[in-house]
Design a protein around this ligand. Structure first.
Ligand SMILES: [Zn+2]
Length: 243
């Protein structure tokens, strides 16, 4: 990708400790196939008709809920038309990562088949409560991916149909079909680990809790980042200072 914008699609601040301010990282990059967005944050409709899970977040955390954070507005502020976003790649389909799909209805949506099937299926796990079905009520064009026996660096991965190279990296656990996304940029590889790793790869929660909420890959992702200083590793939620 010639250039990547790091956008915050959903600010969520902790009550305790009150200094914990985070944003949901969405990546907007230029490819030969047009603009590609990785994750969407909330959608404009979510600010008007808040899903139940968002209301719950508002009880547990402090959510400013600023409509200017809607990704479609940020895309326009960057000088693009919403239709310029031709493709959306999803790490997973929790409300804070795919809520904005309906604001970009022309985009083709790329997601792991396991994730989409979990999203439309019966809830099987407590984290499935963060799926909001209406986020695909506009019936976007979907491309669903299965494991293909390829790999990107140390990780089994699925090549996405973009140039420069992008890979979907299965990191199941946080959700049934959660994936990271590896992107070849002018500055080297960017590996967006999504919600499989703690905020900014930090170490501030007991391992059992990290495993319960984020799945089994967090430690390996942190070890990978330490062993590969040439690869920039980001996470689904980043400290606000990052943006
Ligand atoms: Zn999530």
């Amino acid at each position: 990708m010639t250039r990547i914008s790091f956008l915050n699609g959903f600010t969520c601040n902790a009550r305790v400790p009150s200094s914990w301010h985070t944003g949901t990282l969405c990546l907007l990059g230029e490819t030969d196939q047009g603009l590609v967005l990785v994750d969407t944050g909330l959608g404009q409709e979510d600010y008007v008709h808040r899903p139940g899970i968002l209301r719950l977040f508002q009880v547990i955390t402090i959510v400013p809920l600023d409509p200017q954070e809607a990704l479609v507005r940020q895309v326009v502020r960057l000088g693009h038309q919403p239709e310029d976003v031709r493709h959306i790649v999803l790490t997973h389909m929790h409300f804070d990562h795919c809520g904005g799909l309906a604001d970009l209805p022309h985009a083709i949506v790329h997601v792991h088949r396991r994730e989409y099937e979990a999203f439309v299926g019966r809830p099987r796990h407590w984290t499935d409560l963060a799926y909001v079905r209406r986020h695909v009520a506009h019936r976007p064009q979907l491309v669903l991916y299965d494991d293909a026996g390829e790999s990107w660096l140390d990780w089994p991965a699925i090549r996405l149909p973009f140039e420069p190279e992008m890979w979907l990296v299965p990191l199941f656990g946080h959700t049934h079909g959660h994936c990271g996304v590896a992107i070849k940029t002018e500055a080297g590889w960017l590996f967006h680990a999504g919600d499989a790793a703690p905020i900014g790869l930090g170490d501030y929660a007991p391992r059992w809790l990290v495993r319960l909420v984020l799945g089994p890959h967090a430690q390996r992702l942190c070890d990978f980042a330490a062993a590969h200083p040439d690869v920039r590793v980001t996470t689904g939620h980043m400290w606000l200072g990052f943006f």
